[in-house]
Design a protein around this ligand. Structure first.
Ligand code: SP5
Ligand code: ZN
Length: 360
């Protein structure tokens, strides 16, 4: 897209580079992992090339975190790496990142109440629900920086200064649940942003999640609430894709939240047209819900070359998704979620933001 100038402010915190997972454990095998600091670097570079102004994130108090997360999860994330380093794990068995190996699932507890173990290598499985989401020395600072970026973007639109703002959050957030973390996510940036918009006076907020994976964390946080709509298009978890257990079409909300959750699982290989029909359908749902502000969980891993998903979305598709969401005419905060193909990441984000700007 030559000769374009993005007007959407890009909010960024240098702290987001401090999270260095040093790999992940997948089906028991340590692999390199794709949620790397270079993701953020290539996105910033592409946005600057497109003329976007990069704004540093402001600092916010930790109290915003417990609007959407249990305090125990927040305390764990803040302290577990230091506790792990104080143990001898980096020498024996030679692991300097926090990695769980046993999980208090229903299959283990068999109805007994959960009792939190003292040993940090036991307790890890109480909060981490997978083995791919390692915690290291800079993880907390980076996750906090990502939340700060999301909240700064909220302030930019809530003040009326901008119609749309983009937070370059890393690590991503939509798999982080009220009381757990996984899927390369620790704190739920999109949920914090939606909650902040609620606090600033928007009675109804919509979150539209176009990451290739279902945002099980965001869904869980708002599942019982009528004030925040969650809609997602994603590769069908039942077809063998993370998060496997959650993200089905019949998950529509519960109690007060009944009807305020919408999942559109898609087959492997889904191209632009069918994906865009899903995005349009979810946008309709957001409109019907009466939302007056929008959070976009902007994962670009549905892209055709992405190594983590089998969806086949092009740059044009992402731009068209941005254009569709722009027709809602709502104050919009876009937060970065996944996206792992380094050569195309930047162009995909630029295309989406260009689409979101189209209503000006
Ligand atoms: C935010 C986000 O997009 N999280 C994605 C979490 C899903 N990660 C699953 C990783 C599975 C291991 N990938 C091995 C590479 C196969 N091509
Ligand atoms: Zn994803």
């Amino acid at each position: 897209m030559p000769n374009m100038t993005l007007k959407t402010p890009v909010v960024w915190s240098d702290a987001c580079l401090l999270h260095v997972p040093k790999g992940e454990v997948w089906v028991g095998v340590p692999i390199e992992g794709t949620e790397v600091p270079a993701r953020a670097e290539v996105i910033v570079a592409a946005l600057q090339d497109a003329g976007a102004v990069v704004t540093p994130a402001s600092g916010y108090d930790d109290t915003v975190l417990t609007d959407v997360h249990d305090p125990e999860l927040v305390d764990w994330l803040r302290t577990c790496s230091d506790e792990w380093q104080r143990g001898s794990y980096s020498v024996d068995p030679g692991q300097d990142r926090v990695v769980p190996y046993v999980f208090p699932t229903a299959a283990l507890l068999c109805g007994l109440p959960l009792r939190s173990p003292t040993a940090v290598h036991g307790r890890a499985g109480q909060y981490a629900y997978d083995t791919m989401t390692l915690v290291g020395p800079g993880t907390w600072e980076a996750a906090r920086g990502a939340v700060d970026a999301a909240l700064t973007a909220v302030d930019l639109v809530a003040s009326g200064r901008h119609e749309t703002a983009y937070a370059l959050c890393r690590p991503p957030g939509h798999h982080a649940t009220p009381n757990g973390y996984g899927g390369s996510c620790y704190l739920n940036n999109a949920a914090v942003a939606a909650q902040a918009l609620r606090t600033k006076g928007h009675e109804r907020v919509a979150i539209i999640d176009i990451d290739a994976h279902h945002g099980n964390g965001t869904q869980a946080i708002f599942y019982d609430r009528s004030d925040v709509y969650y809609g997602s298009v994603h590769v069908d978890p039942a077809a063998g894709w993370f998060p496997h257990y959650v993200g089905h079409a019949d998950e529509t909300g519960r109690g007060d939240g009944a009807g305020a959750n919408r999942n559109i699982p898609l087959a492997e290989g889904t191209p632009d047209d069918d994906w865009l029909a899903g995005v349009a359908s979810i946008a309709e749902g957001a409109k019907a819900h009466g939302a007056t502000a929008l959070v976009v969980s902007l994962g670009v891993d549905a892209a055709i070359n992405d190594p983590e998903s089998p969806l086949q979305i092009t740059d044009r598709g992402y731009q068209a998704a941005g254009e569709q969401l722009a027709t809602l005419g709502l104050p919009t905060v876009a937060v970065q979620e996944g996206g792992y193909h380094l050569p195309s990441l930047g162009g995909l984000v630029v295309a989406t933001l260009a689409g979101l700007e189209s209503r000006r």
